[in-house]
Design a protein around this ligand. Structure first.
Ligand code: ZN
Length: 351
């Protein structure tokens, strides 16, 4: 199977013609890494098109907690990179294949020998990308293309739960410790809610200004309906640039919050231009101290698969958020791929 995929990928990268999913891998990084390929990037909605990018869910969504997931990880080696989950299984550990030849990439701590060919292919496609970034992104299956090679997340309750277009939350998953944010009916996990409340108080103290919560926890079923509505309005391809498919939304983790300085007119978060406010500037400097990261930065659309969302902040805890901030790592994808190992159950092939 692997060999077939490699051939497919090589053809796609060279030809840039077919609709093979690996073409999307090329497209995906075109925006920031290879400007000449931008024609492949999903076009943002035209200014006149409907832009329903303001999910304002009703807060009365009831979490479905009857399917708590017991996951298990298989450690693949003795490297320094910790598993993202603290769950581990005795036995069932298989040694990674030996590199076919001495690989200069092996000097990196996050190098995985079993990904040697994928790293090389990725670097050939993106020669301007640094080796360490390429390794990190391949480590999180970013070379598969959006919604290809999907892995089911095994530690959905973890603070570092990694949810994107390649990693899916279980349908029945809801965090167990959700609570309403003070002053709202919106839900977050207790820890994330407290962190938000502290950050909101700090903004008030420093700036004398408000942070308004627009959306927080959303259930799988709510997200499913939301995406379906957007896809009907704008088509799936466009909807994919601003909304997540069910199971792929960070809002299902209870660790994510959409914030603005004001209640959005017509429900449009984008039109509120939060990025032009003092609150946003403050958050770029200080949100990490409270454990929050900007999940979909302006220049990283090609990595995250989402248009810039100045309002969407993800709680990962102050230690990791601060480390990411200090090292200037722009995306959670690169951060996780550099410092953690992701294990999960593949539920879709990468081809
Ligand atoms: Zn959001």
């Amino acid at each position: 199977m692997k060999r077939t995929k490699l051939v497919c990928a090589a053809l796609a990268a060279v030809l840039l013609l077919s609709s093979c999913s690996h073409l999307k891998l090329v497209i995906r990084y075109a925006g920031s890494k290879a400007a000449e390929l931008t024609e492949g990037h999903p076009a943002p909605p035209a200014a006149s098109a409907p832009s329903p990018d303001a999910p304002v869910p009703s807060p009365e969504e009831t979490p479905n907690v009857d399917a708590a997931i017991e996951g298990a990880d298989e450690s693949l080696g003795g490297e320094d990179i910790p598993l993202i989950s603290d769950l581990s299984v005795a036995g069932g550990i298989s040694a990674p294949p030996e590199p076919k030849e001495e690989d200069s990439l092996a000097v990196y701590a996050h190098y995985k020998p079993e990904f040697q060919e994928r790293y090389r292919r990725f670097l050939r496609s993106y020669p301007d990308m640094t080796e360490t970034t390429a390794l990190a992104l391949v480590n999180v299956n970013a070379d598969y293309g959006y919604y290809k090679g999907i892995t089911q997340i095994q530690d959905p309750d973890g603070l570092l739960v990694f949810c994107n277009k390649n990693y899916q939350l279980p349908a029945g998953f809801a965090p167990e410790n959700l609570r309403a944010i003070s002053g709202y009916e919106l839900l977050m996990t207790d820890e994330a809610a407290t962190a938000f409340e502290d950050m909101r108080a700090a903004v008030k103290k420093d700036l004398g200004k408000q942070l308004i919560a627009i959306s927080a926890y959303r259930s799988f079923s709510y997200q499913k309906a939301l995406f379906a509505r957007y896809a009907r309005a704008d088509g799936i391809e466009v909807a994919d640039t601003y909304s997540a498919r069910a199971g792929h939304s960070e809002h299902q983790t209870g660790l994510t919050i959409d914030l603005l300085h004001t209640w959005p007119k017509n429900g449009s978060l984008r039109n509120a231009n939060f990025q032009d406010t003092e609150q946003y500037a403050w958050m770029l400097d200080h949100a990490h101290e409270y454990g929050f990261i900007l999940r979909y930065p302006e220049t990283e659309e090609s990595v995250t698969g989402y248009r810039f969302e100045p309002w969407h902040w993800r709680y990962i805890g102050a230690d990791d958020a601060s480390k990411m901030h200090e090292e200037g790592i722009a995306t959670f994808e690169e951060y996780i791929g550099t410092y953690y190992r992701l294990e999960g159950t593949a539920i879709a092939e990468a081809g």
